[in-house]
Design a protein around this ligand. Structure first.
Ligand SMILES: Cc1cc2nc3c(=O)[nH]c(=O)nc-3n(C[C@H](O)[C@H](O)[C@H](O)COP(=O)(O)OP(=O)(O)OC[C@H]3O[C@@H](n4cnc5c(N)ncnc54)[C@H](O)[C@@H]3O)c2cc1C
Length: 455
């Protein structure tokens, strides 16, 4: 049955259609998070936009549940569904850079590392994610937070246009001038409105950055975080920072509290001066801050996110980085059941926060800290303990959280947190969902139901 399905689908594709048992099926169905173990009825390995349009139509006609895979990184695992049709953009890897216009167009299967390398060849960069294997498609459609956001805003703030296959199979371009409503919705509304086959970004001259972590023993966390709170309150746009509670990369199991930096300013002496107070604070266990080519800063923590590790995340913006919140974080991290567990605080300031809340579907424009609670482990027998740790830590931190959350970091069962994810933009998103996908064909995402009550 599924073999016939694959043959029928494959007849309309330039790429392959894979059914269970086909060579390549096992590899294609796997996503980054090893906790997600699902078997689609058929996988459309799309080679171009026409393939995507055909696959969408095929799925609709055959009444197959559609999932869309860009980089396959989303921890909630919505890129793959049991018994469904997975529209797999992984083969769509083209990146075209126009160095004169400082623009780059990337297809939907490109990863952060691939995009960075393609633009770096021309001395250019766009805000993308801090781990190189993340897909730019899901990342951008959710917002796209990264090291350059203080100076250049989020990935969506650099988006010029996107090519999208709608639920009807029709292909549209969305930009400020063409289908501007759709363009607004794509900048934060996730995969709700169609399959984005390519993205056109502004790119900026960034050749090297001063970046890396300064690592302190966990015992120094209260003092370091008190200092960091002040330090982060007055940063130049060029300097982005994150704090992290993590284990030493050497496998010793040592628990550390780190502040990582990325300074993208052209003036090397100024960059050194801006970062110096942080480097001079206390007695760091290690200081790995150094000048490096821009793409390297987005590979620095790849080791913490190996493909196939089992992962479960929770996330919310903090109302403030108070002393009490730090105490809870430290106490929770002391109990972390796996060396891949970490808590990260992403600082928001600068260009990313100077965009109006309703200017893009992504609404989180206030300065402050986004908490990412990462539970990750290798041994399946640890699953219950690691998931329980994430829940307990999240509950303990709840009094310190704002009711705002970044779509792209939510756990599968948090996929009803649409109010937290879209805030004041939810009503407009529901209206646009009704226009572009009234039957909710694209529902395996942070779903904006077309019939949402109260919209
Ligand atoms: C280790 C790690 C590090 C991360 N770091 C960052 C970071 O620094 N900054 C940041 O902002 N986020 C980060 N993220 C979150 C990341 O942005 C999301 O997981 C995002 O969904 C990944 O995109 P993807 O294409 O790889 O995901 P996928 O799992 O392929 O897709 C996720 C969802 O996005 C939608 N989607 C994907 N591609 C398309 C498309 N072409 N058209 C329409 N819908 C699509 C679908 O709904 C799909 O279910 C990180 C995630 C991980 C696991």
């Amino acid at each position: 049955m599924t073999g016939n399905l694959a043959a029928e689908l494959g007849a309309g594709l330039s790429g392959e259609a894979l059914a269970p048992g086909d060579p390549g099926y096992e590899m294609a169905r796997r996503i980054h998070n090893g906790l997600i173990d699902r078997r689609p009825a058929v996988i459309a390995r799309c080679g171009n936009t026409a393939d995507v349009s055909y696959a969408v139509g095929f799925g609709r006609e055959q009444e197959l549940e559609l999932s869309v895979r860009g980089g396959g990184h989303n921890v909630a695992g919505k890129a793959v569904a049991d018994g469904g049709l997975m529209i797999d953009l992984a083969p769509m890897k083209r990146v075209d850079v126009d160095p004169r216009a400082r623009r780059a167009r990337a297809q939907g299967g490109v990863t952060v590392g691939e995009y960075d390398r393609a633009t770096a060849a021309f001395g250019l960069a766009t805000t993308s994610g801090v781990v190189s294997s993340t897909g730019i498609a899901g990342l951008t459609l959710g917002g796209g937070q990264g090291w350059l956001m203080g100076r250049y805003g989020l990935a969506i703030d650099n988006l010029i246009s996107a090519e999208v296959v709608l639920a009807s199979g029709e292909v549209l371009t969305a930009s400020d001038d063409t289908n501007p409503d759709l363009f607004w919705a794509l900048r934060g509304g996730g995969g709700n409105f169609g399959v984005a086959t390519s993205f056109e970004f502004r790119a900026h001259p960034v050749i090297s950055v001063l970046g890396g972590p300064i690592l302190h023993p966990l015992g120094a966390a209260p003092q370091l975080m008190a200092f960091y709170r002040e330090f982060a309150s007055d940063l130049p746009d060029e300097l982005s920072t994150q704090a992290a509670f993590m284990h030493a990369p050497d496998g010793s199991g040592l628990k550390l509290c780190a502040v990582a930096v990325c300074h993208c300013g052209e003036d090397a002496a100024q960059a050194e001066a801006d970062v110096r107070p942080l480097r001079e604070f206390g007695s760091a266990a290690a200081d790995a801050v150094q000048r490096m080519p821009y793409p390297d800063i987005n590979t620095g923590v790849d080791w913490l996110f190996p493909k196939g590790a089992l992962s479960y995340w929770k996330s919310a913006f903090l109302s403030e980085l108070s002393e009490a919140a730090v105490q809870v974080i430290v106490a929770a991290f002391e109990q972390a059941p796996s060396e891949l567990c970490a808590l990260v605080l992403e600082d928001f300031h600068g260009a990313a926060t100077r965009v109006a809340t309703t200017a893009t579907a992504y609404p989180h424009r206030q300065p402050g800290f986004n908490l990412l609670l990462i539970s990750s482990w290798r041994d399946p027998s640890q699953s219950d303990a690691c998931i329980a740790w994430a829940h307990e830590t999240y509950a303990a931190l709840s009094p310190h959280m704002a009711s705002r959350a970044y779509t792209n970091y939510l756990a599968a069962e948090d996929y009803d947190r649409v109010k937290d994810a879209f805030g004041p933009n939810l009503d407009r998103l529901v209206e646009l969902k009704r226009r572009y996908d009234p039957d909710n064909l694209f529902h395996l995402n942070q779903n904006i139901a077309p019939a949402a009550a109260g919209a």
